[in-house]
Design a protein around this ligand. Sequence first.
Ligand code: PHE
Ligand code: ZN
Length: 891
Amino acid sequence: MRTDTLPTISRHDYQPYPYQIEKVRLEFDLAAEQTLVRLAFRASSRDGQIRPLVLDGEDIELIEISLNGVALNAQDYQLDEQGLTLSPAATEFDVVLVSCCRPQENTMLMGLYISGQNLFTQCEAQGFRRITFFPDRPDVMSRYEVVLRGDAKRYPYLLSNGNLLESTTLDDGRTQAIWEDPFPKPSYLFALVAGDFDVREREIKKANGQPALLQVYCDRGDGDKTEWAMQCLEHSVRWDEQRFGLELDLDRFMIVAARDFNMGAMENKGLNIFNSAYVLADAQSTTDASFNAVEAVIGHEYFHNWTGNRVTCRDWFQLSLKEGLTVFRDQEFSADMLAQGLDGPQAASARAVKRIDDVSVLRAAQFPEDAGPMAHPIRPESYQEISNFYTATIYEKGAEVIRMQHTLLGEENFQAGIREYFKRHDGQAVTCDDFVDSMDSVYRQVKPGRSLEQFRRWYQQAGTPRVQVSLQHDPATQTATLTLRQSNAPAGIENKSTPKPPLHIPFALGMLDQQGAPLTLHLDDQQGDTLVLDFTEAEQSWTFTQIPDAPVLSLLRNFSAPVRVDYYRPDSELALLARHDTDPFARWEAAQLLATRLILSSASGRTPSATQLATVVQTWHALVQDPALSPAYKARILSLPSERELLEQTQPMTPRAVVQARRQLQRELGLALTPYWQELYQYLSLEQAPYSPDALQAGQRSLRNLALNYLLVAGVSTGPRLARNQYDQATNMTDRMGALSALVNYGDQEDRQDGLDDFFQRWQDNPLVLDRWFSLQATAPSTQVAQVRALMLHPAFSMRNPNRARSLIFQFCMNNMQAVHTPEGYTFWAEQVIALDKLNPEISARLARVFDNWARFEPEARDLLKAALERIQAEPGLSGNVAEIVHKALT
Ligand code: PHE
Ligand code: ZN
């Protein structure tokens, strides 16, 4: 572990690596206690000059090294904490080196580590240097041949990237497997897996007619839970062929599930390694939301094969090149899967459900990031620790920036831009600019006189832009003039005096008349229900014609840009939009805004007026009865905005008041509409087809659970009985968990405890379900710090397993606002950051980030949080990961 402060790395300091390494041969003698690694490669200077060869290496031991077959002595090279430097005497030479690492002691889960009995690697971003000495940077791309040797009993499966050349039993009884990856790749995409697994296989035919073998590996005993993953993988292959024209380029594609994994999953070439939470699924143990998450993550990693692996990043500042684009692709994949077989408004509403969920994530996670000390552009200018930059900004805002390009070009031209991108850069390590160049080459062709030059500012500016809207209607000329003003305040460490010139914002809008009927927009030579404005100036106006009466604006349809919109208008207009807008996203948005206004005003101590409340209740009343809405959409539009999204809109932030005000409105809606929730609940409880995670069934279940929650929160006397019955009779996890969480959150002490005890008895042997058991308690309103501490002593709790730590500690700190926003809560948080840091700095830094926005809280919280951060900062031996976060938070 590092104790010194890490240097800051700047984007502008990029230098190409002076050597080319075409081929790499790696040999592993695998064992949990100590693994021997033999590496051989030939390096050749790129520019014909002789230069030092600098190899990264961390936490590994050098055993021997030779240059052109001559063994080197310690005085022939420099070895320190960061790696190894050789001084070759020619421009081309062979290096062979042997080193060792200790998987068993690897609690960071970076490099080679053990999970259960099995060995896994994790190399992105800088884990390969914990396996061997190498230029561990994405612009050094090599072809890998990998030899794996290990105990036949313990490691019957020996896997690495690409194709299996041979598998043999050695004289000493061990197994040996040789793998070759035909594609050059950077070290971060290297992977190996050794262990014993259940395997599911499926042979498919690729679009080109060639066969391919799909495999899903998981812990022994879990093999019956990989059917869904396999199906998702096959769908992903098909989708990428059909929508993007991109084919699987290998004969074999493997996914392996690991219980201990820092992130969601990893796109290693041909050998994806997954957090088991995103592989394993069955009706009994998995919720609908998790089925969807498995689909999204399998799609995401698979799609990386082209956007990430075939074309990779030149340096880590370009991370969003692969992540933003691939998130956009997985979002579209999920949306297409939801809309399968539907068309017209039904397809639009199915896709809108996915859009709503994605935008909610953006607002709950990325907007706060952009408003805090870690704010950064989707292409950062500097960092200390790259693992701190796997952020909602790089991923989710990055996807929004790709989506805006898609909106500006349209599907067909966007696909032409993608083809251009691969034509130019297949097999290369490139930059975000290279991507935009490809898109721009198409954009310039189809929109003569325009370019994406200004659009590139989205890659440079941090912060969430604000768009202020005003409208002027002139009955005499029957015109409506819309004026938009944009601004983007300095964010994070951005220099306050650096100007932030206006962004190119695709701004989609529509209009309704005062009765809620859609208007056709006429603007110059354009016409349509929805128009996308090219909003490029600080202030800009558009005049629409043929509008006899003052219109109702439907703004930022489908969330066409990651901005905040300010428009002053009466609640009655929002209510009208919530009932009638033809854009399902904007319609949902209107309902959310209506509820948000009421919650925020009561959180700030004002008692909402009777009319204000009545407007919300009447709107919910109309929506709950609307027969045209799909169940999934209805469940979204009748839900209140999340605590996190609401909190983000208070200034200073007042978490406890927000939680109470939200709960209050939930109660009002529960009470005012009790008969409707009851009716909905009964109706949705009718006999169901056998379980399937499809959109219709999942929508019905989420709506039924929503109704149940309203009944319980309002204290309706029949509620707890309904919940207990639902829990007992559930045949799937969505129903069981829905009932249990209603009881735990809103039921009495006895129901809560009975439910939790029963659930534990049933599921104690399933780690993923047990995570839910911990999470549920972590977030329950009745839970205080003392209970969390007690749960940490539970035999099933472990800090070493990231999923378990997240399920209890992160869930409590992030999602139990009532209990964590207390002096004891803050102390607990600081203690856990420090404790986790000793085991796994990457995970700890994420926990540290939970309150990096301390300065935005109400004064008492602010002082306490600042003290807690200072306490973390003063901890001796703090990792560079946490140090960077805390330093930025306190600056
Ligand atoms: N590249 C992975 C993904 O987004 C995420 C990841 C990053 C996983 C770093 C592990 C370590 O798909
Ligand atoms: Zn990714």
